[in-house]
Design a binder for this molecule. Structure first.
Ligand SMILES: *[C@@H]1O[C@H](CO)[C@@H](O)[C@H](O)[C@H]1NC(C)=O
Ligand SMILES: *[C@@H]1O[C@H](CO)[C@@H](O)[C@H](O)[C@H]1NC(C)=O
Ligand SMILES: *[C@@H]1O[C@H](CO)[C@@H](O)[C@H](O)[C@H]1NC(C)=O
Ligand SMILES: *[C@@H]1O[C@H](CO)[C@@H](O)[C@H](O)[C@H]1NC(C)=O
Ligand SMILES: *[C@@H]1O[C@H](CO)[C@@H](O)[C@H](O)[C@H]1NC(C)=O
Length: 327
């Protein structure tokens, strides 16, 4: 076959855009060969060339830019009939950029190769595996899942998007669909001060602050904030009410002590010796009616003592310690 004839036939085919019947003509190469990529899922897609034969198949090769590795066939994508090929496994390293190319095959005829533009893994549209939510009081604790599984590989989101990671968080109130948006920088965060007894649905869209990249929102997940008088509130309530009780008991105790010390009373043994030495105190007879150890409320307390026969003038006396009994 002479080259002039081939060129002529090609020109005719192009000009008339008509199906050619000669076996001698090359197959048309595939068109629109491009990556459709989300993080850790890099799919190569194409469309058939003009007027493909019914038995057309495709072959895919890839190349890593900047290495001296030449075009390498993708074993899973040799003589396939589909119009896509998963190149994730061959294009994961975000330090490189990649090319892929596809050609049509029919019998023992092959088309020319059709190549992609260069592909960077960082250009892949952003996605996360999801999030897990837990409720603490009226706070939702969110933990983003950054591990992406693809085939037999596990990829960490932050290994691919190393810088300027942001998470746009959508918080939808289920009852009226009112949606709040917040931006977080950490994969673990709290959404606080939510309404009690309310259902919220959360989804997250990853972002990169430095550039516009397509992104997919995670699936929505819903949780319900409980009633106010449950959980943490209950504990808080218990703490504050017992604090108030203690305060009241303390005041009551102080009052009782102040009233008691108008009567002579047996001081604790530690104080007894001290008081004896200072000869301010005349030991009274032990009272059979009230034992000091059985007193429910005992506390170290300073109280102004009333003027007494044995103790001239007004002075401060250290009274029996009294401790708070468990309620
Ligand atoms: C790749 O580089 C190595 C080392 O420089 C060299 O030996 C080898 O021939 C190169 N291969 C190709 C395909 O250029
Ligand atoms: C194409 O393949 C057939 C067998 O499948 C063979 O007989 C024929 O010679 C081949 N043609 C060319 C041009 O290689
Ligand atoms: C993972 O899958 C790729 C092909 O997708 C294969 O070449 C590789 O050997 C597999 N690795 C393991 C550890 O199974
Ligand atoms: C909220 O949105 C859902 C679907 O988007 C709709 O079915 C539902 O009626 C909406 N509820 C309210 C209260 O607007
Ligand atoms: C979320 O709140 C809990 C409890 O209030 C706290 O222990 C945790 O440190 C908070 N986490 C973050 C990321 O702020």
């Amino acid at each position: 076959m002479d080259p002039l004839g081939t060129a002529l036939a090609l020109c005719t085919a192009l000009l008339l855009a008509q199906p050619t019947h000669g076996e001698s003509l090359r197959l048309a190469r595939p068109t629109r060969v491009h990556f459709v990529a989300e993080i850790a899922h890099h799919l190569l897609r194409w469309e058939p060339g003009h007027n493909p034969p019914s038995n057309v198949l495709y072959e895919v090769e890839h190349k890593v830019y900047g290495t001296n590795q030449s075009w390498t066939a993708i074993p899973n994508c040799m003589r396939i009939s589909g119009h896509s090929c998963d190149l994730t496994y061959y294009t994961l390293d975000s330090a490189f950029r990649y090319y892929a190319r596809v050609r049509a095959v029919s019998g023992n005829h092959t088309s020319l190769w059709q190549r992609t533009n260069s592909f960077f893994p960082q250009e892949a549209s952003l996605r996360l595996s999801g999030q897990s939510l837990s409720v603490m009081g009226n706070t939702i604790h969110v933990q983003l899942q950054l591990l992406l599984r693809t085939g037999n590989l596990t990829v960490k989101y932050d290994d691919i998007q190393k810088h300027a990671r942001r998470y746009l968080v959508y918080i939808r109130r289920a009852q009226d669909n009112r949606t709040y948006e917040v931006i977080e920088t950490s994969p673990e965060f709290n959404i606080s001060n939510l309404f009690w007894a309310t259902e919220y649905c959360v989804s997250v869209e990853p972002r990169v602050a430095s550039r516009h990249t397509g992104a997919t929102r995670t699936g929505e997940q819903c949780v319900t904030i409980g009633q106010r008088d449950r959980g943490d509130e209950l504990v808080l309530g218990a703490i504050s009410s017992s604090f108030i009780t203690l305060l009241l008991l303390g005041l009551l105790g102080a009052l009782l002590v102040c009233m008691y010390i108008k009567r002579p009373m047996r001081p604790p043994s530690v104080l007894k010796s001290f008081i004896k030495q200072s000869s301010f105190w005349v030991e009274p007879e032990p009272s059979s009616s009230s034992s000091p150890d059985a007193d429910p409320v005992q506390q170290l307390f300073l109280c102004q003592k009333e003027p007494h026969e044995n103790s001239p003038g007004t002075f401060l006396t250290l009274q029996r310690p009294f401790s708070i009994q468990p309620l």
